[in-house]
Design a protein around this ligand. Structure first.
Ligand SMILES: [Zn+2]
Ligand SMILES: [Zn+2]
Length: 114
């Protein structure tokens, strides 16, 4: 997802190097020690913040997560609440096959897949 950069001096691949003290990301060349401040800092921040458990966190907070799309067309089969969240598929295999839902009723939180 991050753009690939090449060293303008020797055309080798540039590597990301973090200056932890100043919280700056550099693109560095291992061969000629060319070094430039990375301009795609946003990408870098996203990579750092994307922890392995982030996805689980999203799913656990489904009922209260405002970032998830919601629908009022499908009532919860358990409590009949009129607003449910559409959960992202849990694996690539499931894309286009089943849609998972989570009830937005905090006291219910029922989840199901159709
Ligand atoms: Zn170089
Ligand atoms: Zn419910």
């Amino acid at each position: 997802m991050s753009t690939t950069n090449f060293c303008p001096m020797c055309n080798n691949l540039l590597y990301h190097k973090e200056d932890r003290e100043n919280r700056i990301l550099f693109n560095v060349c291992k061969y000629c020690h060319y070094k430039v401040e990375a301009d795609n800092y946003c990408v870098y921040r996203m990579e750092i913040q994307h922890q392995p458990n982030e996805r689980m966190q999203t799913l656990n907070d489904a009922a209260t997560n405002p970032n998830l799309p919601r629908t009022k067309d499908i009532p919860c089969p358990k409590c009949n609440h009129k607003e449910v969240a559409l959960l992202p598929s849990t694996s690539r295999r499931e894309v286009g096959t089943n849609q998972s839902f989570a009830c937005c009723n905090r006291n219910c939180g029922h989840r199901w897949t159709e």
